[in-house]
Write a protein that binds this ligand. Structure first.
Ligand code: NDP
Ligand code: MG
Length: 380
């Protein structure tokens, strides 16, 4: 029996992780989890999975839940996230919290020697150099959950890093892939949230529409697979059937395919190097699919992808600024405070204004993250 601790249990990845645990209750159990403010859902999860430790965002919610479930250890806030991440009885941490709030708990889990299935890409973007160095130092495995990175990880089984020529990340193009930039002027939040292939949390769905998601994923791939940016490419592939590919020195290309279902990469991270059945996953029928399409990405149209490559290549605190500005701008868009095209503008302005520091430590990163969010809010 593998015991799991889960950050972000009430989210899109969190709920799908719980589904995987439920389907394999003889293999997995939920030892600890964190949620944000969705207390109704938190109650249900406690009843269904009977974990030992639960953490929520707010103190008053933790107090309320403690009265309802006296035998469960109840925590809250940043400290609760960290306690969940390092929970001693857990064999593996699934980090599916949203945003750079996941950085500190991830570093603490690494120090505690926890194996980590990482969905929380913002953590790798904001401080990839710190996370990877800590993982190396403590001999901790980081198993990718993001579908593209899981695909690459699967393609690399039995392969040597030195033989890789390039990674090709596929991108669906998001909700507005068939519109010109001019046609994006008056799009609504509802339209932006309508992703053609994947049902995901609100923030990542907006990131897909701006293509910042692919930009974050390029930086994530750079860290997870130790490759320079000029060996990481992106192509548009509207069906999201090929989840990503690796091209090797001998010109051979290995791809991983499947119908879009995040439970597959989540489960693979939990069972690696083994696999388990997933009875209700829809099997890929290529005869039914018929055709797969590929297109280059227009970097003018998808400005955010170009910005992410630039920030990633420059390094220092620029990736932190890229991520924090984007988190703040997307939140403002979801709140109806700015238009869709203003997301790019705000991120660009934050990057332009910033004086990057090389090799930032944790304190510098946290300070940069905070200042960037304040700067973006000051522009609203
Ligand atoms: P959601 O918005 O659906 O879920 C986010 C989770 O984090 C919720 O449980 C939420 O709690 C919790 N949370 C948010 N803010 C805080 C906070 N300040 N303190 C504590 N908990 C908090 O996001 P997704 O599941 O879509 O994404 C999670 C991560 O996985 C992201 O990094 C995303 O990029 C990545 N990812 C997601 C994919 C997907 O298919 N959804 C695919 C690949 C990667 P609550 O709701 O209770 O407030
Ligand atoms: Mg992805």
């Amino acid at each position: 029996m593998k015991k799991i601790s889960l950050l972000g249990a009430t989210g899109s990845i969190g709920r799908q992780t719980l589904d995987v645990i439920r389907q394999h209750h003889e293999e997995f159990s939920l030892a600890a989890f964190s949620a944000g403010r969705n207390i109704e859902e938190t109650r249900k999860i406690i009843k269904d999975f009977q974990p030992e430790l639960v953490s929520v965002e707010l103190r008053e919610d933790a107090v309320k839940l403690k009265a309802e479930f006296p035998s469960v250890k109840m925590m809250h806030g940043e400290e609760g996230l960290v306690e969940t991440a390092v929970f001693q009885a857990a064999d593996i941490l699934v980090n599916a919290v949203l945003g750079s709030v996941g950085l500190h708990p991830t570093l603490q889990a690494i120090e505690a020697g926890k194996k980590i299935a990482i969905a929380n890409k913002e953590t790798l973007v904001t401080a990839g150099h710190l996370v990877m160095a800590a993982a190396k130092k403590h001999g901790v495995e980081l198993l990718p959950v993001d579908s593209e990175h899981s695909a690459i990880f699967q393609c690399l089984q039995g392969e040597k890093e030195k033989n890789i020529d390039r990674l090709v990340l596929t991108a669906s193009g998001g909700s507005f892939r068939d519109r010109t930039r001019a046609e994006l002027k008056n799009v609504t939040v509802q339209e932006a949230l309508n992703h053609p292939n994947w049902s995901m949390g609100a923030k990542i769905t907006i990131d897909s529409a701006t293509m910042m998601n692919k930009g974050l994923e390029v930086i994530e791939a750079h860290w997870l697979f130790h490759l320079p940016y000029d060996q990481i490419d992106v192509i548009l592939h509207r069906e999201s059937i090929i989840h990503s590919m690796v091209e090797f020195q001998d010109s051979s290309v290995i791809a991983q395919l499947g119908t879009p279902d995040m439970r597959v990469p989540i489960q693979y991270a939990l069972t690696y190097p083994d696999r388990l059945s997933l009875p209700d996953a829809k099997r890929l029928n290529l005869l039914e699919v018929g055709k797969l399409h590929f297109q280059p990405v227009d970097q003018e149209r998808f400005r955010m992808l170009a910005l992410a490559y630039e920030a990633g290549k420059s390094g220092g605190t620029l990736p932190t600024v890229l991520n924090a500005a984007n988190e703040a701008a997307v939140a403002a868009f979801l709140d109806g405070k700015i238009t869709f095209l203003q997301i790019d503008e705000l991120v660009e302005r934050a990057l332009e204004k910033h004086q990057s520091s090389p090799e930032p430590d944790l304190e510098t990163i946290q300070q940069t993250d905070k200042e960037t969010r304040e700067f973006v809010r000051s522009l609203l």
